[in-house]
Design a protein around this ligand. Structure first.
Ligand code: PRX
Length: 583
């Protein structure tokens, strides 16, 4: 039997003011049909376009004058857009792209903060059938170059405060034809050679006939990290919206009058699947907050906009815990009825703390860039076992496999977490990397790369990753990407990068470097290398700690043994070192 740190949190559905959309996970599972779930979409003439399903169909119906988007800027300015207005804004941008010669399948990158035009832009690109690829605005030039180059991006849409990073690399991007700058919010001029977003959309019609996209046509691309090599571009299709609609309804429990806030940035798949597609395919008012984290600031946002459903992340919850439940109680958060979290393991303490601070436990759920939508969840109506990711979504089969991909049925035995393909929101390819895509599927399973256990009642428990990918504040970082930038520094001979456990961010990026002859391991040099990494990679990806070491442990074939570095860092047994390089 499962050992629980905390007692199971039972739910009294009859006491809930809003009746949950999913009442009985077992019954829903038995009767589940993705085809039936399609009834919640329009699918005109059998076609499917995410922008149509999320915006245009609401603009044509009873929700036309409903606010689809409430936006609050970092400076507190609030703007509201009805579905009808969202339709016109996205149409204009789609027309602008078309005028520039952008076609179905072209990759359009977005490198901007969470401003309304980012959202208009992504949906405009989707209307045209282009592939929308949003990037974190905190990225330095190097991650932007790597991603745009890998996907042969044709357009980058950005803002004046970020354009210098684009300028630093654009000479290395032969595929790039246009840089569109959203300048009007910052009151800055657009450099000659670049295109002014506002002028483009002002000149464009607000009528647009959506490209005839089908279920398998490309929609968005997100880059995710792997153990070896550079980040991979996981490409998704328009048919994925069925997964967003269904999980929006049954996991996020969205109802028509909800005010929903997802704190994730669209540079991360949570910021598109659940910051755009799930709320809007369900016709729900979606709050977008441009600003960064701050306990009081966030509670004010909830209070001001009367947020009812809130989707956030464990690092944020740990920071809120650190600020104390008292800060929560100083605000009127009484509209909140449901809080969820994703991206890293949520400590059982976090789940329970939600009760103390908001009177609501926090519901953890699990998924990945590749899965496109939530796969395992704690549902509003289901008892929570704090520390567990919950149970698979009704249309999803999840299993724990041994090293030969046989299913482990015994409870609480650790193995690889796997999912039975296909499902609507599943990624269809790693862009230009079929081999790595294929390697994720074995013996009829999609291998997630996570280790987990399942208890006797079908709840899944996260154990850890099965690879070297670092999870820092919910964002995956590829050690290889960081190592590649570190060794660009003239003093660095070799670099090995690991995730060092951290009480708030789960892991921080830590580097071990060896130096070329003639360089001394001084604090000044450490600062220089750190500065180089921050400038090239951006603060979210660059190492927070750098240690100088004499020799990096390697296998006989020359691969850096990151696991050994980590074991040493943690003071753990080093395990089998027989494949180590001899001195
Ligand atoms: O290792 C798991 C961790 O984050 C990975 C997916 O990250 P990414 O592709 O960036 O997906 C973002 C969408 C959530 C997983 O393979 N992870 C995600 N959710 C959880 C989690 N680890 C533990 N518990 C979770 N709830």
């Amino acid at each position: 039997m499962t050992v629980l740190h905390y007692a199971e949190i039972a739910k009294d559905v009859s006491a809930m003011t809003v009746k949950p959309n999913l009442l009985d996970i077992e019954r829903e599972r038995q009767g589940w049909s993705w085809d039936r779930a399609k009834a919640g979409l329009d699918l005109p003439n059998g076609l499917v376009n995410q922008a149509y399903e999320c915006i245009d169909r609401h603009a044509a119906g009873q929700r036309a004058q409903k606010h689809g988007m409430i936006w609050e800027g970092a400076d507190g300015k609030v703007e509201r857009y009805t579905f009808a207005e969202l339709k016109r804004h996205t149409n204009r941008f789609a027309n602008a792209l078309r005028t520039l010669g952008i076609k179905k399948g072209d990759r359009v990158f977005f490198f901007a903060d969470r401003i309304p035009e980012l959202y208009f832009g992504v949906f405009g690109a989707l209307k045209l059938g282009a592939i929308a690829a949003p990037l974190f605005s905190a990225f330095g030039p190097e991650p932007v170059r790597e991603r745009v180059q890998r996907a042969e991006g044709v357009v980058i849409v950005t803002t004046p405060n970020l354009v210098a990073k684009v300028n630093a690399i654009r000479g290395q991007l032969p595929s790039l034809k246009h840089v569109i700058v959203i300048a009007h919010r910052q009151g800055k001029p657009v450099a000659s050679g670049d295109l002014d977003y506002q002028r483009l959309v002002d000149a464009a019609s607000d009528q647009f006939e959506i490209e005839r996209t089908g279920q398998e046509d490309w929609s968005v691309m997100h880059f995710t990290s792997g153990t070896t090599g550079m980040p991979k571009g996981a490409a998704h299709v328009h048919g994925a919206v069925l997964g967003h609609l269904a999980t929006g309804k049954y996991v996020l429990d969205l109802h028509d009058d909800d005010i929903y806030w997802c704190t994730a940035d669209p540079g991360w798949v949570t910021g598109t699947s659940y910051g755009m597609f799930a709320p809007w395919s369900n016709g729900v008012t979606n709050l977008i907050y441009e600003g960064g984290f701050g306990a009081a600031k966030w509670y004010q946002v909830i209070q001001r906009h009367r947020v009812t459903v809130w989707y956030t992340a464990p690092t944020a919850i740990r920071l809120l815990m650190r600020a104390g439940a008292k800060v929560a109680k100083q605000h009127d958060l009484s509209t909140l009825r449901y809080v969820m979290s994703v991206g890293e393991p949520l400590n059982p303490e976090g789940v329970v703390w939600g009760k103390e601070a908001f009177g609501l436990p926090i519901h953890d759920n699990w998924w990945q860039t590749e899965t496109g939508a939530i796969m395992i969840a704690n549902y509003l109506s289901m008892p929570i076992r704090p520390g567990s990711m919950g149970r698979p979504f009704p249309g999803i089969t999840a299993a724990i496999l041994d090293d030969e991909q046989n299913e482990i049925t015994a409870p609480m035995v650790e193995g690889q977490l796997a999912l039975k393909p296909p499902w609507p929101s599943m990624f269809r390819v790693y862009w230009n990397d079929q081999e790595r895509y294929n390697s994720r599927f074995k013996r009829g399973w999609y291998l997630t790369g996570d280790k987990a256990k399942r208890d006797a009642d079908g709840y899944f428990w996260f154990v850890g990753r099965d690879d070297d990918v670092i999870n820092t504040a919910g964002h995956l970082v590829s050690p290889f990407e960081v190592e590649s930038v570190l060794i660009e520094h003239e003093a660095v001979a070799e670099a090995g990068v690991i995730g060092k456990p951290d009480a708030v961010a789960m892991e921080i990026v830590k580097a071990f470097v060896t130096l070329h002859d003639g360089y001394e391991p001084t604090n000044e040099l450490r600062r220089q290398i750190m500065g180089h990494a921050r400038e090239r990679l951006g603060p979210g990806v660059a190492p927070r700690e750098i240690d100088f070491i004499k020799i990096l442990p390697k296998t006989r074939s020359g691969k850096i043994m990151r696991r050994l570095l980590k074991a040493r860092e943690l003071g753990l047994p080093e395990g089998d070192t027989s494949t180590l390089e001899e001195d």
